[in-house]
Design a protein. Sequence first.
Lengths: 307, 190
Amino acid sequence: MATKIINKTVTEFSLRITRCFFVPSKTIQTNATLFQERLETSITNVEEQLPTTIRPPLPIIHSRKLAFPPKFKAPRQVWVSNMDTVEEEKLGLIDLHPEVFAERPRVDIIHENVRWQQLYRHVSYANTKMRYEVRGGGKKPRQQKGSGRSRHGSIRSPIWRGGGIVHGPRSPTPYFYMLGFNTRLNGLRSTLSAKLAQDDLHIVDSLDIPTDDPSYLEKLVEERGWGPAVLFVDDNDIMPLNITAASDSYGHYNLMPVYGLNVYSMLKHHTLVLTLAAVERLEERLLFHLNRNDAASAGQKYRLDSV
Amino acid sequence: MTSLLGSMISTLGMALRYRPLIGVSSQVSKANALFNPELTTVRFRYHADKVAKGPVPRRHGYEEKLFQSGLLPRKVSVDKALPMPTYKPKNSWNEKRALFGQNDYIDILGPSNEISQKTLHPTQLLYHVPPWLRGVQGNEYQVLLRRRKFVQKKGYALGHPTKWATLNTRIKKLYTYLNHKTKSPFWKHS
């Protein structure tokens, strides 16, 4: 059963996160403890008063073990950046699985996915009345013969002004359909690969920023040349307080958990920023579905009232 | 060689001069005008020149019935143009538009192999669609039958008698139309 998690320290701000459906099984560092740590060392002014982050000698992140090691494709290597400072600091180099991030992008599959996302939830409520639904029109307007005028049976027939519409829209008309499981899976793979290939994918260690000042985030994004719109993706659906507050004033900086990721959002936002935890989760999920031995049961056609 | 070339050029030049048929009535001249290998036609009018002079009129003979000039509609007594709504561009980054499509892939990216949790399906997240319409794919007849099935339990006939009657009438009409007036699709014929 889905549960809602409400963290009282962050309810002051309007959160740009989804409803929380799951309680992840691993223990999570609550935002309350994070907030306390930050409170002790927090500084209000952004310019030139941020504490210089003391780091161990770089690189901090050395390697990453890939699940289902690729046999015929080389892993893609990406830098891992930080979010502590405005200037980019490369913390290390990691491998990304080619089956997820280096698939040949299929533009037709991406298009199918975008179309599906736009249409499957659409319901048209346009309605027109038929001749028997329009008020009136039960009586024959005039006798059949003798008047010299044309013959009619009802004033609400479709040939009359104000009459019923024959083949008009009938409310509600659902446009629901379900795209195949593998089509959607490959849509995600294609989009992620396209994003990486076009330098629109960046990996960061975590989404912890030193202040909740919105201008910090803006400066960071401008400095690094990340696109006008940025989508930050983390594994956990409760995001750190500072980035939540900072991105709240911008509509084009959005936070999303991994389970909320989708082709439309990835295309709408120019840049995709994943945390290390998000990369792990994403790869684990996609590779699980690619290598499962009961794929037939997963890829079955959707049946109404089956879920 | 050069003299030959020169003579060829001079003859060509003479041939390319436009020769009007004024004051010539002899048969030989007319024949010459009709077919003379030394004469050739030359383009001297170009559409680009016409366009350069000014806008070329389109739709010759069409009378535009909308006002193209003059004052905007106004009240004579007040003598102030009627208000037009100010254009307000849509906000592409409001909450709904920025996060459109979120959770559509929850059955792929959500947890499925953890014991305590079952995946959600995107049809379960269609909160803005009526409950009886979630995940429904069908024509009007099928949709109405489902609606009737969902609605008759809740005493819809008592609360909304006209709509209940309309629903049933529509189903009946569609039944007769689909079964008596239309043929089954080709893939249903055995």
